[in-house]
Ligand binder design. Sequence first.
Ligand code: AMP
Ligand code: MG
Length: 390
Amino acid sequence: MRTVLDHIAVLGIEQVSLAGCFGRVLAEDLIAEAPLPSFPSSAVDGYAVRAGDAGRTLHVLGESAAGRPFEGTVTRGTAARVLTGGVVPDGADVVVMVEEVRLTGETVTVPPGLKPGTNFHKVGDDLGAGDRILSTGTLLGAAEIGIAAATNRARLPVRRRPRVALMSTGDELVEVGKTPGAGQIPDSNRWALLAALREAGAEVNVLGIAPDEPEPLRRLVVEALRDADALVTSGGVSVGTHDLVKPLLESLGEVHIGRVKLKPGKPFTFATLAEGRVAFGLPGFPVSSLVTFEVFVRPALRRMQGFAQLGRPTLPVRLEYDARPAPDRTEYQRVTLRRDGGDLVAQTTGSQSSSRLMSLAGAHALVRVPAGDQVLKRGTVVEALILALP
Ligand code: AMP
Ligand code: MG
């Protein structure tokens, strides 16, 4: 993973209107230009008065509704009716809730013992001018977008999304929905990887199915790379005669990884190409392609976008099965989780064959089982990569 990340640069900054900011990463600190709230704003419906007038009957001068301030000043012996969100008029230092007063014609009687500063938001209560609102690297969700909007920012500087060209390779593949001929299968990796890429924040250009022939494959890739930060392919990276992706990447750039000690996913390939572009050659087997995506591609795409957290969160889980290791490769075993009191308990999803996508569908986590002959016994607590919590 280090080898991949060492070759990944953070992408540039673009100004994006708030409508497009959800899920993006803030590229600069956001600083408040003005205090928030910008005026003393009533938190309740009631009467703005002077605390010194506690217990007295006051003359009501007028009303300050949200967006329609009362222009006068509250002086000794007077009050102004205020509604929630209305400006607390000059001179008043407390708002008394409507439930606590007695109204008689044009006068209002307020209770004794009023505390100045009650029931309204003072200027700068939420933010002072110059305060840092959000830090570089913050993921923009609903509340972050809300605070930016509240400080009157219509656009935010965010990291560009990675543009990824996605291609499936293999003469056996047909479009999903078409009737497969003899020996053919639907191109399922395209759809799985499209979803995974989008979840990782990428903009995807789907190239479709490339045949197992060097020239058409090269033409498709070269054309697609003109407008891409990264290329993701599936299939064609093992060592059969029809496995053409590795030689193609070797001719276009430098292959840094051509095989990994990982199960599933041994033939995973990573290359750097001209102008800072990168290519990920994922294995064809459906589980292998998604697991190597998870381990190598997703963190790389997140680095490009400036995320602080590159990998999935991990949590300790208690194995409910004996996790047998592969002798020579680290294995990412797919498990479902259930809660047992405060613990998470992991059960295998069954056969971990790299072609059996049902081992990953519905899985909550990946358990990393180190290579060797050490069985992780039922009851062992291990750190798992969390895909979704039950
Ligand atoms: P390969 O890495 O090209 O040798 O492919 C390994 C296996 O993965 C093949 O036997 C295919 O059946 C399967 N495979 C390859 N590409 C896809 C794809 N796009 N969708 C589903 N299965 C695939
Ligand atoms: Mg193939």
